[in-house]
Every structure is written in structure tokens, then in C-alpha cells.
Write a protein that binds this ligand. Sequence first.
Ligand code: UN1
Length: 499
Amino acid sequence: MTYQDILNAADLYDADLTGGTLAVHTPIDAARIAQLKTHTADDVSTMIATGVEAFRAWRLVPAPRRGELVRLLAEELRAEKENLGRLVTLECGKILQEGLGEVQEMIDICDFAVGLSRQLYGLTIASERPGHFMRETWHPMGVCGVITAFNFPVAPWCWNAALALVCGDPVIWKPSEKTPLCALATLKIFEKTLAKFGDAPNGLLQVVVGERDAGEALAASRDVAIISATGSTRMGNAVGVKVAERFGRCILELGGNNAMIVAPSADLEMALRAIVFSAVGTAGQRCTSLRRLIVHEEIYAQLIPRLVSAYEGLPLGDPLADGVLVGPLIDAPAFERMQGALEQVRADGGTVHGGARALADRYPEASYANPAIAEMPAQTDIVRQETFAPILYVMKYREWAEAMALHNGVPQGLSSCIFSTDLREAEDFLSAVGSDCGLANVNIGPSGAEIGGAFGGEKDTGGGRESGSDAWKGYMRRQTNTINYSRELPLAQGIKFDI
Ligand code: UN1
């Protein structure tokens, strides 16, 4: 299939792909695949106004009927899984299996949201006053701005949008300027869904094509009730402060610096497979990628050489090709940042295995890199930063307390895991004094979370929760109701106030 075929199969044609100034390149060989028109600040204001109008109508549609729209979206996504998955691979460079997995994640969250559409439960609460009754009601909140990153160009949009739509909120989506085509293709799928649904208001989903200023305009607008942003901690800081200034609601899913502790009792065969998938999957460009390995000194010499040799055999190349496990980095600056980090590792006294540029002859303009393992003498500053590249920092520990201190001794708090068959150790890792992350796993890697749980993390990761569990509450406003069905007017707290 040519790039043109992939684009056309995703319903993108010349009219969609040309006529503007935003160049989109595939990381596969850095070829330009589109030159898109971008939206101006005025366009963004118009979109927000359209979103507000859509909200006025959508909030009145019964939630189970809103769920029907999301059910139809899941049907379209099932039909388009291959086409959209391939476009994900073309535009962001993850291998096709992962591109397909991302679309599957969209389908899964839609299914979840359909169920939710009949379960937006509030509490009933006993009143302290006779003849009174209290309850909690969840109402639609308003326009939801969704800002997404290049590395997961569609799934995080869907975690947000499927819930927001069921909760009664129209969505304005600002995708990464590196992966706008996936958003445009998804918009087309959504439009087909709307046609089947029938009577939805105009503007339930709008896509803003643009750079950082477009995201900032959304963050600054009082008419955008919720901003859900996925990306770097730096971006989250900029967006979070802007939204906080106007007391808007923010859901932030930012950087991670995810670790695995490998304890002496670990099943090393399983650990090895989990390490490789979670450290090199998506070429180390997941927010949940494994970045730090904290290995007990007793098993270090058994595990690390095997890991180094597993890395040497990894098939690297065109992410659309069968059998390839590691694709390219998103672009040349990403490659430069990786090389900069490895230089710092050497300056810190670390030993680097791998990490060099690869396939430069075949793809001179693209940025393929051999995944790197960096054996570190200590958890230095570079280890404490998130470098969005396939670098796995390895450190040794002797005492359990030392492992936990290393584990939690970074600014980020997204995902974490332990490989151990010792129940005490594993439960300690999951306890109040254990991992300080939003996700903590036992005997599986830190990446590849399912949609059923709440997804997100603490500290520099931003504190937001998306996807499963009760994350839907982030897309609705809670109202506490007190109803007096008596003929008296007693005051709470027993206060007397007779006039
Ligand atoms: C991301 O990298 O922004 O848990 C999201 C995972 C995926 C989502 C990653 N389900 O790795």
C-alpha cells in the first residue's frame, strides 16, 4: 500500500490534505504527506461559540440516547479499525500492531461509555431535618476541550470524548500539530456516525488544526468548561495555570518516569518480556513507557546481560512491515534529545548499550535509533527527567527501603510496577508507603493499561484521571439537592431564627 492508499482508505483526499502551511511528515521516511490549512484565533472563537450552542441542545438529550451515539461510533470504529490503525502508524510511526491496539482502545472505551450512559448515578443522602431529603445529581458540564499528544493520536481523545459525549458535553479537539491527520480521519468517522444517529446538534465534535496558540485559546476561554490535556509536564503547566486563572476544570495527564523493581524472587523470564515490551514499545514514546529498572543486586548479573542481548536482536524498521517491533522516533529533535541524554549518562559515569542511529542509509531523513540500556551508578538528574525516547536506565539495590526510595525519588508519578513472587513485598509496593504513582502493577509492565481503570497519575503527571472507573465525574457538575416536603421550615444545625 502506498502512503496515498493509506490516506485515501482513511477517507482523506487532496482537498483535505493540501492548501495550507502546516506540513505533516510521516516519521517512517520523513516524507511530507500533507500541508494543512490551520485555524486562526477567530476560527477557534467561532468553534467555541458553536460548541456552546451544541451544549444547550445536547444537555437536554437523555443520557441513554447520548449513549446510542457512542454505540454507533464504536460500530464505525470496528469497521474502520484497519484503516485508522494504519493511518496511526503512518502518522506517528508506532508499529501496526500498536496502531491497531490504539483503535481497539477507542472501541473499548466507547463500549464502556455506552454502559455508563445508563449509570450516571448520584447518591441519596439522609437529611438531618424531618420531612427533608437530600440527593446528588450529576449534570452536563459544558464544552470539553481535548488536547492530545502525537504518541497516542487517537485513543486519549476517545477516552475523553466517549465519556464527555455521554455526559452531555460537546468536544473541541486540538490534536498535536504532528498528528492532525488522525484527528481529521476520526472526525470523518464521527460524521458518518452522526448521519446514522439522526438528530444530533451541529458542532458536537470540532477539530482545531493548529499549533500551541490554538490550545492556549481553548485554555483561556471561559466558555470551555473542561480542558483535558495529554502531553508534557511543560505543556500541562502552561495549560493548567491558564485554566486555573478562570477556575475552569482541568484533567491533566502529563509526563511519566515509570519504573520497575525486579526483586530477588521475580520470575525472570516474565520480567524480561515485560521489560522489553514496555521499554521499547512505541519506540519508548509512551507516557507509560518503562524508563527505570531497579534491580536487586543478587539477580543483576543474571538479568542485565540477557536484556542487552535481547535488545541487540530487536527488529527495527518500517513500522508498517510485518515482524518489525521498533519503529522510528517522531522526528529529528526527538533523536537529538535522546543523544543528548545518552551523552549526559556517559558524563555521569554510566555505561550505554545501544542507542546509536539506525537505518540512516535507507532513511536518511528519518530518525531511527537503536533502543538504549544505560547502566547507572546512581539516580542522577538525567534519570529523574523524562526523555521521550527508548532509553532504559538501570540501577542496583540491596535493601527494600533503598529500592522504594529510588522508585519514588523522581518528580513524576504515572505508572509503576514490581516483579516479585513475595506477597509481602508486592503488597508493600501497593500500600500507602509504597509506589506514589496513579498506576501500580504486580508482575506486569507499567504500560498497556486497560480502559476499565482510572488512568492518570500524581505529582508532575498532573493528578488527572481519565478513562474507566468513575473518571466520568470529571465531565459533569455535581449538584447537591435538599428537598423539603414538610410544612415546617427547620434550619440545619438546629439554628433558631424566628421572625
Ligand atoms: C500515553 O502514552 O499517553 O497504558 C497513553 C498505556 C496506553 C495509553 C498510553 N493504554 O500504555
